[in-house]
Write a protein that binds this ligand. Structure first.
Ligand code: KIV
Length: 258
């Protein structure tokens, strides 16, 4: 990514039109946001995955608006050129008025766009947010905020009815004005079909290579959370292991009086 101009939602859409992929990563604090931004990542998501990898909860449903605001503020202090997107946490967009109020709170904390999980079921909320001038990123497929009802992280798009529903949801989000759609744990073939059906970029996570972009939890990519490794993650660094080795080396030097 050579363009170090400020990234906007329109620029993310234009990347798809040019056939340019959208590599995206999560951040929850100032140094990681700065590091990803200096590496040229165009889209940084303050994901509610922070519930697991930073706050130690079993899933994302424990994350509150206050948690999100706190971490969005920290990330926004890095003033990234990347587009800074914030996740709307569980229960924060149950109706249009709460969706609008909470989207505004995330923008006030420094987000430049918000993301929420769902398709046709949340279109009134999506429209209200976009009409307010707040850019919106969709999220379809496996919806982590529903993990407890679903009894696990289940792959989507195995049957025709599910594929058709995903296609209808993606088109509805695009029509409502979403600038992109995250596709989580969707089989590669339906993910490709959805990608071809919409003008806005699809950003896959565990959904094959046919999406317009890919997103990962940075802690998974860099091996910072070794206690759970999603099977689709290509880990590029063993940060936790290397850190333990560094700490052990430092402790030895202290013990030996160096
Ligand atoms: O919370 C999150 O990290 C996400 C993923 C898409 C990476 O929503």
């Amino acid at each position: 990514m050579i363009d170090r101009e400020k990234i906007t939602p329109d620029k993310i859409i234009a990347m798809k039109a040019r056939g340019e992929r959208v590599p995206s990563l999560t951040a929850y604090d100032y140094p990681i946001t700065r590091m990803l931004d200096e590496a040229g990542v165009p889209l940084i998501l303050v994901g509610d995955s922070l519930g697991m990898v930073v706050l130690g909860y079993p899933d994302t449903t424990y994350v509150t608006m206050e948690d999100m605001e706190h971490h969005v503020r920290a990330c926004s202090r890095a003033k990234p050129k990347a587009l800074l997107v914030a996740d709307m946490p569980y229960g924060s967009y149950a109706n249009t008025s709460s969706a609008l109020e909470n989207a505004r709170r995330l923008m006030d904390a420094g987000a430049e766009a918000v993301k929420a999980e769902g398709g046709r079921d949340i279109i009134p909320q999506v429209r209200a947010i976009i009409e307010e001038g707040i850019p919106f990123l969709g999220h379809l497929g496996m919806l982590p905020q529903h993990v407890r009802e679903e009894g696990g992280y289940k792959i989507k798009g195995r049957v025709e009815t599910e594929v058709n529903a995903l296609l209808a949801d993606a088109k509805a989000l695009e029509q409502a004005g979403a600038f992109g759609i995250v596709l989580e744990l969707v089989l590669a073939e339906p993910a490709q079909k959805i990608t071809a059906a919409v003008r806005v970029p699809t950003i896959g996570i565990g959904s094959g290579r046919g999406c317009d972009g890919q997103i990962l939890v940075t802690y998974d990519l860099l091996g910072m959370f070794p206690w759970f490794k999603p099977p689709f993650v290509k880990q590029m660094l063993r940060t936790a292991e290397l850190s333990k080795e560094a700490v052990a080396g430092w402790m030895n030097s202290v013990r030996s009086g160096e």
